[in-house]
Design a protein around this ligand. Structure first.
Ligand code: SF4
Length: 404
């Protein structure tokens, strides 16, 4: 029994019938959900999201993934108005790694008890930059995905760390190639509003951020039964209703395919040198509200907020209903947000404990895909099962002995 189990819909919530229907998975019209969210205050939404999170989380665990961040190539064919990750080939910070560099990073990560090898790239750099094309050709590949596939195989076989790739919007064929070596994939939806593509807006120069393209990739992952992490970027010019509609879309896709393992709610942080450097970041109230809405709409899908990007005390995210801190590396920086270093894992543990939760390390594939026999059969390929089983205890989380 937790302290929220006595929560009384009729006594504690203004929109009691709607809260009851959401909580008990009763049929509910989309307009009723939207109306409820747009007319509720943040503290009520937080109270409801905490209740839903705690109801599913009897053991009061908040997870993180201990990872090594492989910044494989940071060239990109697109230009998002907030991004400092993308570099031009002439920049001193441009990166195109070779397999031996990747291997030595992953081996260093293994010594620090990491379990995830996160492979990150810009969006199809070989289509725009001859330097990227030449780099691939020199390594013996025509496409970036072929390289990632072989690197993932190498990582698995030589270190046992589990690859998880985020290379932007991939085709079904590309995802299919990665399924045998990647335990899951990642791709942010960002937002389902096409308004963000309009002139002057955040995704004007990023055709791969067209929601149609991203939704197609999420559908492909579902059809291929690949566990996938997606998420929203909050504060890039969207309205609250766009956030709600984006989350409802993710919910619908998950109901169809059961493949969304985690949704990241990430706050936009203005960065010097970008077109949005003078844009306001989301307010604390708005951001916390978005996190709470994600929990309320997505219920038992894992909700992650990264602890390093926050302008506020990150323990507040626990109050808003999260159950995961995402990937944290004891070695490599957050190459997408190098301005914001990760807190030390000990610090995250202390903060988590101060809110009455226990921090546990998870794999880049969530326990429910491992401990549920049907999900394990269909969503996990034979090729990776031995590697997964070597790292977990009977809860599907990383076994404590591995972390000693
Ligand atoms: S956010 Fe991703 S797609 Fe957009 S410019 Fe940066 S690397 Fe490219």
């Amino acid at each position: 029994m937790n302290k929220f189990s006595n929560l009384n819909y009729r006594r504690d919530f203004q929109h009691q019938e709607t809260v009851y229907k959401i909580s008990e998975n009763r049929y509910i019209e989309e307009t009723e959900i939207i109306n409820f969210i747009l007319n509720s205050n943040t503290s009520d939404l937080l109270k409801f999201s905490q209740y839903l999170r705690n109801r599913e989380n009897n053991l009061k665990i908040i997870t993180y993934s201990r990872k090594i961040f492989i910044n494989l190539v940071n060239l990109c064919k697109d230009t998002c108005s907030y991004c400092t990750y993308k570099k031009e080939p002439s920049a001193i910070e441009s990166i195109m790694l070779n397999p031996s560099q990747v291997l030595s990073m992953v081996e260093a990560g293994k010594k620090l008890r990491c379990t995830e090898a996160l492979i990150v790239t810009g969006e199809r750099p070989e289509l725009k930059y001859i330097e990227a094309k030449n780099w691939l050709n020199k390594l013996g590949y025509k496409t970036l995905v072929e390289l990632i596939s072989n690197l993932s195989e190498m990582i698995l076989k030589k270190t046992g760390l589990l690859p998880h790739t985020n290379a932007g919007s991939l085709t079904k064929k590309e995802m299919s190639l990665l399924k045998s070596t990647n335990v899951s994939l990642g791709m942010m939806l960002e937002n389902s509003s096409e308004k963000l593509l309009e002139p002057g807006n955040a995704h004007e120069k990023a055709p791969s951020k067209n929601p149609k393209v991203r939704i197609k990739s999420l559908i492909s992952a579902g059809e291929l039964k690949i566990p996938i992490t997606t998420g929203l970027l909050i504060g890039i010019g969207e309205r609250l209703i766009d956030v709600v509609k984006s989350l409802l879309l993710i919910k619908e896709l998950n109901e169809r395919y059961g493949h969304i393992q985690e949704v990241i709610i990430q706050n936009f942080a203005p960065k010097v040198g970008t077109r949005m450097e003078n844009a306001n970041p989301p307010s604390e109230d708005y951001f916390l509200k978005c996190i709470a809405i994600a929990r309320i709409l997505l219920k038992n899908i894992n909700i992650q907020v990264p602890p390093n990007l926050t302008p506020i005390v990150y323990s507040r995210y626990i109050d808003a209903g999260i159950n995961d801190w995402g990937g944290i590396s004891p070695l490599t920086p957050d190459y997408v947000n190098p301005e914001y270093p990760w807190p030390a894992i000990d610090d995250v543990q202390t903060v988590t404990k101060s809110k009455g939760f226990t921090l546990r390390a998870r794999l880049p594939i969530y326990p429910e895909f491992i401990t549920n026999p049907s999900k394990y059969t269909y969503f996990v390929t034979e090729n990776v099962k031995d590697y997964i089983e070597a790292l977990i205890d009977n809860t599907g989380l990383v076994k404590e002995e591995y972390l000693q």
